[in-house]
Design a binder for this molecule. Structure first.
Ligand code: ADP
Ligand code: MG
Length: 559
């Protein structure tokens, strides 16, 4: 039997594959199961046009058999199989995908779900196996063939026996080394959890022989060993189901199963997009702040699936920072399985999806604000700060929507109000949106600076969060109304007379004020008479953009 060499490029690629493309060894199973699923899909598509071929769903499945004694893991499918030429061309030439070719040949057909297209997935098997043996019988062929390889050295192909059409992939699992254990890839529980994690929504049944020990029937003391075939995957993903079939409990269950959080989600968003980009998504707005939310450990992102197969746990590019609290998943047919993180960042499809998702979240939040205020208040208590950070760090693109989502405590309403609510209540003559900054609402209420504005009957927004004033400075205006701190030198309230009066009084007392300024030298820039005080003898005010509170924050920041 002749031993064939992989093509030169293939050899290098193979080394690269095994050593660097995949960071986690466990994904070999995802790749092999995806190939098996593709192989069954191919029969399915063929049956659509071939009258002699009937696709009876019950006959198609994927089976995983771990054999600890011989250290062999088998992945079998009842798919289309490979001829000897196909074994040679598809497994002998790395980066050549039979599935991609199949897709372009059958491009006219609607909705194919075939996953493969890069032609590298198969080789991930060498991350866990010394020897990979493939026995395959192609649809419509009488002979089966065996392909075998120990990795970069090459492969052999020879005829062999196999009754049914389909493919068996045998992995001779590597021996443990000092720093790496491979035993786990023969453990049922481990295999089950890998399948659940990556391949739960493969459309065909994935079965596994599960062994165990149970009490013998009719006996309390005797036990027996058993082996039974179990179905491992759930097959139809919840996000592919019709919204009308699903209840709030279904979404909550999914939220819990996925470990998105320990709380109950405040809201779910189920998207089925069919426009410029095709994808499904289930997103959640949590009720509580995750314990690590404001720590460095927190990673934003959504789970990303390509055609029902998990490709990334946390795809950060799908969420803007100000919506980093959103949990959930996205599944798209337009993405490829073996895409790397770096490639994803530049993926046009992914960018479109991200944009789309962002506007959906925005409109859902606006809807919640309008129709479910209590819920929105709960949400805002948890994540309002993040939205304000969004306003602050944004250079114009998203301000438009974020400004309608932020709220501040109101002196009049004694609760959080939106800027829109504030502005709609403003009396005709009121020039500015007033705010006061302080550590707490109680402290702000006692500020002498609020007196004049409050006396006028104007509403004041209380800024108790460090970020508040910075965010507002970025906004500058809301519906053409500028923001004004109650400690600002010009409140736009004092009548001309009182302005003149205070100037006159300042001049009269010039000597006294100069003396006071000298005493406070370096701490104040001027001392003036003010008409703004009612019950307090003195107050501090600022000129220019940076207020006293902002200065405090800036001074407290590490530089
Ligand atoms: P991809 O899946 O991206 O095409 P792979 O390296 O995973 O790349 O597989 C290469 C090719 O080998 C596939 O495109 C397919 O034609 C063929 N192949 C792999 N596994 C199977 C299988 N179980 N049944 C039939 N064909 C297979
Ligand atoms: Mg593949």
């Amino acid at each position: 039997m002749e031993k064939k060499q992989f093509q030169a490029e293939s050899k290098r690629l193979l080394e690269m594959m095994i050593n660097s493309i995949y960071t986690q060894k466990e994904i070999f199973l995802r790749e092999l199961i995806s190939n098996a699923s593709d192989a069954i899909d191919k029969i399915y598509y063929r049956a659509l046009t071939d009258k002699n071929l009937v696709f009876d769903k019950d006959n198609y499945f994927i089976k995983i058999v771990p054999d600890k004694q011989n250290r062999v893991l088998t992945i079998s499918d009842t798919g289309i199989g490979m001829t000897s030429e196909e074994l040679e061309n598809h497994l002998g030439v790395i980066a050549k995908s039979g599935s991609l070719a199949f897709k372009s040949e059958n491009a006219a057909q609607e909705g194919h779900n075939i996953i493969g297209q890069f032609g590298v997935g198969f080789y991930s098997a060498f991350m866990v196996a010394d020897v990979v043996t493939v026995i395959s019988k192609a649809l419509g062929s009488d002979t089966a063939y065996k392909w075998e390889s120990t990795g970069a050295e090459g492969y052999t192909i020879e005829p062999c026996e196999k009754d049914e059409v389909g493919t068996d992939v045998f992995l001779k699992i590597k021996e443990n080394t000092e720093d790496e254990s491979y035993d786990e890839y023969l453990e049922e529980y481990r295999l089950r959890s890998i399948i659940k994690k990556y391949s739960d929504f493969i459309r065909y049944p994935i079965k596994m022989d599960v062994t165990g020990r149970r009490p013998k029937e009719g006996s309390d003391s005797e036990f027996e060993d058993y082996t039974e075939e179990q179905l491992i995957n759930s097959m139809v993903p919840i996000w592919r189901k019709n919204k009308s079939e699903l209840t709030a409990e279904d979404y909550e269950k999914f939220y819990a199963e996925k470990h998105y959080g320990f709380d109950k989600p405040l809201k779910h968003i189920h998207i089925s997009a069919d426009g410029a980009v095709v994808y499904q998504a289930i997103l959640f707005i949590p009720e509580n702040i995750p314990f690590d939310y404001y720590s460095k450990e927190f990673e934003k992102g959504l789970e990303l699936y390509a055609n029902g197969v998990l490709i990334m746990n946390k795809c950060a590019d799908l969420l803007p920072d100000y919506f980093s609290f959103v949990k959930g998943m996205v599944d798209s047919e337009s993405l490829s399985l073996n895409i790397s993180r770096e490639m994803l960042q530049h993926d046009r499809q992914l960018k479109l999806i991200a944009k789309n998702i962002e506007s959906k979240i925005k409109s859902q939040l606006l809807g919640m604000l309008k129709d479910e205020r209590d819920k929105y208040d709960t949400f805002y208590t948890s994540f309002g700060r993040q939205l304000k950070f969004g306003v602050y760090s944004d250079y114009g693109t998203h301000k438009e929507v974020l400004q309608d989502l932020i709220m501040f405590y109101s002196s009049k309403e004694k609760k959080q109000v939106t800027l829109d609510e504030y502005v709609s209540r403003m009396p005709e003559e009121q020039k500015y949106i007033y705010y006061a900054t302080g550590e707490s609402n109680e402290r702000i209420e006692k500020l002498p600076q609020t007196e004049l504005v409050a006396d006028k009957g104007y509403e004041i927004l209380y800024f108790t969060d460090d970020i508040d004033e910075f965010a507002i400075k970025m906004l500058m205006k809301y519906k053409d109304k500028e923001f004004r701190s109650v400690s600002s030198g010009d409140l736009g309230i004092e009548a001309d007379d009182s302005q003149k009066e205070s100037e006159a009084s300042s001049n009269e007392n010039k000597e006294l004020f100069d003396y006071m300024k000298e005493l406070l030298s370096g701490k104040v820039t001027s001392v003036k008479a003010s008409k703004r005080l009612k019950t307090h003898p003195v107050c501090l005010s600022t000129e220019g953009e940076v207020t006293i509170e902002m200065e405090k924050v800036l001074n407290a920041m590490p530089n």
